[in-house]
Design a binder for this molecule. Structure first.
Ligand code: KG4
Ligand code: ZN
Length: 335
């Protein structure tokens, strides 16, 4: 069949990103502008600041993506865009840019769920075989997603409170680390020993839901109590203990899901999929499932980027998903 080139837009949080993806499996160009520096002094993303950066960057990046790919709008098959979930003002910039370009160049518009994007980045490593299971771990989400076939997403487990990445960022904030602190805590964890005993919520529960707020609170209370008593806390060992608890829960729940839903592919995706401890823990666990191919999304594509939206957009396009000029950003969009 003929070659498809999808131009994709991602602007749900603090990265403005535009990509061109060939046949859903090959990154032809990827242009990303991160705004992290503008938000760091506030300790988190400031929505209005994010929107303003997206406006400044989006058309510049679209031009760069075409130039880098040595393509023109005439070569494109469709325009894909993150419709949600995310910050409404931030999403709106990507959605408006994508709608305008689709209308101006008479191209189909394909709305994409951000989380489907994270998972679809696995297709850049090797084609996902179905049925498949994904552990989606990011700053906003912690989900186990069962895909009985392509473009069929069933959330079998979800967090009841904080997302995994959110708990990393909150623990990091209490330790005085810069936002986002997942990567720093991961590095600290590899220097230390898990000497602190921390809770692993719902680990013996036979369903697939997660809860990380108790763990986060336990770490924060431990630091505050030590502070009041004038005792010192070994941050390196505390990071190692915290990470061990997070990984223990994520690996245990994933193992249980794989035991009950035999699948051909297992994917770990989302910003927290870059975590070394998690990747190592899952790799070791996957030895118990020789029939299942483990596809960790590459660290460089684990965080937010438009290439993953192009991969998911290609799937959605082939399944006939289209958006009109009335397409709106949906900050609470779910599978
Ligand atoms: O997927 P992502 O880029 O944005 C969302 O859609 O949320 O994920 C960002 C999250 C942040 O919470 C960040 O601290 C976390 O991913 N993160 C990590 C690591 N790298 C990024 N968490 C743990 N270990 C890491 N190496
Ligand atoms: Zn994300």
């Amino acid at each position: 069949s003929e070659t498809r080139y999808i131009m994709a837009f991602e602007s749900s949080a603090d990265e403005t990103s535009v990509a061109i993806v060939k046949n859903g499996t090959e990154i032809v160009s990827l242009e990303t502008a991160t705004q992290i520096k503008s938000h760091q002094r506030f300790g988190g993303i400031v929505p209005e600041v994010a929107s303003r950066h997206h406006i400044e960057q989006v058309t510049v990046l679209a031009d760069a993506a075409l130039e880098d790919a040595q393509l023109t709008y005439d070569d494109l098959t469709a325009i894909a865009v993150t419709q949600g979930p995310g910050l409404v003002g931030a999403l709106l910039i990507g959605v408006t840019a994508a709608k305008t370009i689709a209308w101006a160049h008479n191209l189909p518009l394909v709305p994409v769920i951000h989380l489907a994007g994270h998972i679809s980045a696995a297709n850049f490593v090797q084609p996902i075989e179905y049925p498949a299971l994904a552990l989606m771990v990011s700053g906003g989400h912690t989900e186990l997603v069962l895909m009985r076939e392509e473009y069929d997403y069933l959330v079998i487990g979800d967090t009841r409170d904080d997302a995994a990445g959110e708990s990393y960022d909150k623990v990091g904030r209490t330790m005085g680390l810069q936002y986002p602190s997942g990567k720093t805590i991961d590095e600290m964890a590899h220097e230390g020993e898990p000497t602190y005993d921390l809770p692993r919520a719902l680990i013996n529960d036979d369903r697939y839901d997660f809860s990380f707020s108790g763990l986060k609170s336990a770490v924060i209370n431990l630091m505050h109590n030590a502070d009041q008593r004038g005792e010192t806390v070994d941050h390196i060992n505390l990071a190692a203990s915290f990470q061990e608890a997070v990984v223990d829960v994520l690996v245990t729940k994933t193992r249980r899901a794989l035991e009950n839903y035999p699948v051909k592919s297992f994917i770990v995706a989302g910003g927290v999929a870059a975590n070394r401890g998690l990747r190592d823990g899952l790799t070791a666990m996957m030895a118990e499932f020789p029939e299942t191919t483990f596809i960790p999304v590459p660290i460089k594509l684990a965080g937010d980027n438009a290439a993953m939206i192009g991969a998911a957009g290609d799937i959605a396009y082939r399944h006939g998903k289209r958006g009109g000029l009335d397409l709106n950003a949906n900050p609470g969009l779910e599978f």
